[in-house]
Design a protein around this ligand. Structure first.
Ligand code: 5RP
Length: 220
């Protein structure tokens, strides 16, 4: 059922990308459906900026060239999933560990379209453990700082990011003020990125349920 809803959300995003030649592409199982849906229309794209090695592999396999963000500059549109979404379209991302590149692409995109099934919508962010990418030698220092913030950071066993770093997942952190927490965590020395997307939230969320796909946006 959930896979079906993920695909439904991905299908709804296709109309938003039709007129663009270069896409920003996120990471995860919902995005995998999106990439599958690109295959029949791949010839209309010059290429994609990818947020992970996993998405790069999938995009290349269907014949979409990978472009370097530095040579593209600002992207028109970025499509990605999320682990949690609140009513302000602020997100937790990084369940797949690709948060840093995702954040860079989101910041470099004019429009960020988030695709998700209805289970991702929450009233308060933080039930899903908040991922933080950390420089390996700072693990102990950052763990102590995050504990002081009120959460319970856990080392993600056996996982190294595409950038060669580790992930600490913060459990039991109630995120009432996402922007403030995002800034506080980003300010800790040794933190590369926190998977809170409040400074750069989504512009549009396409939320799939058995009743249909809802479009959430702050402008409407
Ligand atoms: C990867 C992410 C994903 O977008 C997030 O984990 C959602 O994944 P899925 O679509 O598999 O539920 O942030 O770093």
């Amino acid at each position: 059922m959930q896979e079906h809803l993920k695909r439904q959300a991905a299908e709804a995003s296709i109309e938003y990308i039709q007129h663009y030649k270069i896409l920003g592409v996120g990471t995860g199982s919902t995005v995998n459906h999106f990439i599958d849906l690109l295959e029949p229309i791949k010839d209309q794209f010059e290429g994609a900026v990818s947020s992970s090695e996993a998405s790069t592999e999938k995009l290349l396999a269907i014949g979409i060239p990978i472009l370097d963000l530095n040579s593209v500059g600002m992207l028109d549109v970025y499509v990605d999933g999320a682990d949690e979404i609140n009513s302000n379209l602020e997100l937790i991302k990084g369940g797949g560990g690709a948060l840093t590149r995702e954040k860079i692409i989101a910041a470099s995109s004019k429009v960020f379209i988030c695709i998700a099934d209805q289970s991702k919508l929450v009233s308060c962010l933080g039930k899903f453990p908040l991922p933080v990418e950390v420089i390996p030698m700072a693990q102990h220092y950052v763990t102590e700082k995050l504990t002081k913030l009120g959460g319970r950071p856990a080392y993600r066993e056996g996982f190294i990011t595409d950038n060669g770093n580790i992930i600490l997942d913060i459990h039991e952190l109630e995120i009432n003020e996402p922007l403030k927490i995002e800034h506080s965590i980003n300010n800790i020395t040794g933190v590369v990125t926190v998977g809170l997307f409040a400074e750069r939230s989504a512009d549009v969320v396409l939320l799939a349920s058995p009743e249909g796909t809802k479009t959430l946006s702050l402008g409407t």
